[in-house]
Design a protein around this ligand. Structure first.
Ligand code: FAD
Length: 483
């Protein structure tokens, strides 16, 4: 498999002990965690692909403490690895000898302004916490991902997280006005602007968003809120293939405009896997379909009847032979039940043995061709492999996952990860796509990046890293290889 954990950095024990003493004196000894059992859950990521090592995990409670820790580490030449909710899927949050910095105690909502439509949240707030604060003020923070109970704002920013509402509201980058960041030398950049218009030079916040902790530690952000939708219509549609799904997408967008806020696709194998393994999931359409779309319309306007609009579109699509069946949720509970069918899919796949995953994007118009051709090539490479291509079709972002053939040895199957990467990623590159749509590069895709990223872009990235982190202590070896 391509995901062997790297050898840990060897650091001078006395130097590290001195560093930990200094930090303990500032933030309190109980927030310098060295106990093996306490560290354990922070040293393995969700899929078990990488296992980390660290002399300690430190838990600062505010920006000044983060700055103190980073400055002390810079002085001692010890790398710092920020960790939020540890739900990242590319290994970026795993330390390999460096100090683990947990942001979980920076969990205050500093301010919420329903007129400016902004919330100032510290990096350790969970996404769920921000949702609750927004809802309490009659607003919406639209980032929507299945890990929302655990993932933190700092992690969402550092991975430029996407999710199921990008179609309407954009990624984390589009949802952010300003940042506060501790730089790798311990300086604090206060960029907590809440302005919609600010043309005063380089877009610094955009460097730190998506940097996966390699340019510093984000400690707070000004996030963009929206008025809460007054109505929504959620529907599950059965259809023959992704070409039909694309036709439906165009119909919905033509009629509903930007009220179309989610458009997700999943294949029969994905649907059956969810229904078989995930408690509480219920078949929503009577028949059996090769493909399913979960579509959501939402509106903030008074009096909009989105269900009626959706039914009209589905009737026309049915007439045109594009769709086979559709159901529109009649209540919030039913809508949540439909979403569960989609959101439970990542977890459900674990029950079907080894899964080789690709988080890729192509132009939306190329999604059907991509799915068909990638499936054909993968099935030719390993007959019996079970393709589960699903995800955010409206954003061109497909999770092209491959479950092992029934009865195959899991380790033998996972040993083919590299070979499947070449098949899928070469095709993606040929279609003008990206090998990482929303999960980032981390360690998992670091060595592949030079194969697909423009060489000048890579030189610019290396120059930015060298300018902001000349000593190379900010999450070294992630995204870009260490020199
Ligand atoms: C069930 C499930 C569903 C998911 N669905 C989606 C989805 O739909 N869309 C999507 O985009 N992702 C998804 N993810 C991936 C993951 O949840 C996101 O990447 C999330 O944004 C990571 O947040 P975290 O707090 O867990 O970060 P972590 O995993 O702790 O860290 C991720 C990266 O960010 C860095 N980092 C963390 N905090 C900071 C900080 N304060 N400053 C600087 N760097 C920092 C880490 O060093 C690491 O490189 C999913 C994951 C799971 C398990």
């Amino acid at each position: 498999m391509s995901s062997a954990s790297p050898k840990p950095l060897l650091l001078d024990a006395a130097r590290v002990a001195g560093l930990l003493e200094r930090i303990a004196a500032r933030i309190g000894a109980r927030h310098v965690v060295t106990d093996t059992a306490d560290l354990a859950p922070h040293l393995v990521e969700g899929r078990g692909l990488f296992r980390g090592t660290t002399p300690a995990m430190v838990e600062p409670s505010d920006t000044q403490e983060v700055a103190f820790i980073v400055a002390a580490c810079a002085e001692a030449g010890v790398p710092v690895v920020p960790q939020g909710g540890n739900t990242g899927l590319v290994g970026g949050q795993m330390p390999f000898g460096g100090l683990l910095v947990s942001l979980r105690r920076l969990n205050r909502i500093r301010d919420l302004d329903p007129v400016d439509l902004t919330v100032v949240a510290e990096a350790g707030c969970t996404l769920h916490q921000v949702h609750e604060a927004a809802t309490a003020a009659g607003c919406l923070f639209p980032l929507s991902i299945a890990s929302e109970g655990s993932c933190q704002i700092g992690g969402n920013l550092s991975t430029n997280a996407g999710g199921t509402a990008v179609l309407r509201y954009g990624n984390m980058r589009e949802l952010t006005f300003g940042l506060e960041v501790v730089l790798p030398d311990g300086r604090i950049w206060n960029g907590l602007s809440r302005l919609r218009k600010d043309n005063t030079g380089y877009a610094l916040k955009d460097l730190f968003i998506g940097a996966e902790g390699t340019l510093g530690i984000i400690t707070a952000a000004v996030l963009r809120l929206y008025p809460a939708p007054r109505s929504r219509a959620t529907a599950l549609i059965g259809l023959p293939d992704p070409h039909a799904a694309l036709a439906l997408f165009r119909r919905l967008r033509d009629v509903a405009g930007d009220a179309l806020s989610g458009f997700e696709i999943l294949p029969r194998f994905g649907m059956e896997t969810v229904l078989k393994h995930m408690p509480g999931t219920v078949r929503a359409l009577a028949g059996d379909h090769a493909w399913y779309v979960l579509a959501e319309l939402s509106s903030t306007r008074r009096g909009d009847d989105l269900s009626e609009l959706a039914v009209e579109v589905f009737a026309a699509a049915f007439e045109a032979g594009e769709i086979e069946d559709a159901v529109v949720a009649a209540s919030e509970a039913q809508a949540d039940g439909l979403w569960r069918l989609r959101e439970a899919l990542s977890d459900a796949q674990k029950f079907e043995g080894g899964s080789i995953k690709h988080d890729v994007s192509v132009p939306v118009s190329r999604v059907p061709d991509f799915i068909a051709e990638a499936a054909r090539r993968c099935e030719a490479h390993l007959p019996g492999v079970r393709v589960c291509a699903f995800g955010h079709m409206g954003d061109g972002n497909i999770h092209f996952n491959l479950s092992q053939p029934v009865g195959m040895d899991k380790a033998d199957y996972l040993a083919r990860w590299e070979a499947f990467n070449r098949i899928v990623h070469d095709l993606v590159a040929g279609l003008g796509g990206s090998i990482s749509a929303e999960h980032g590069i981390g360690l998992l895709k670091r060595d592949e990046l030079p194969l697909y990223k423009d060489p000048v872009a890579l030189q610019l990235m290396a120059a930015i890293k060298a300018a902001i982190d000349p000593a190379g202590i900010a999450n070294p070896g992630k995204v870009l290889k260490r020199d």
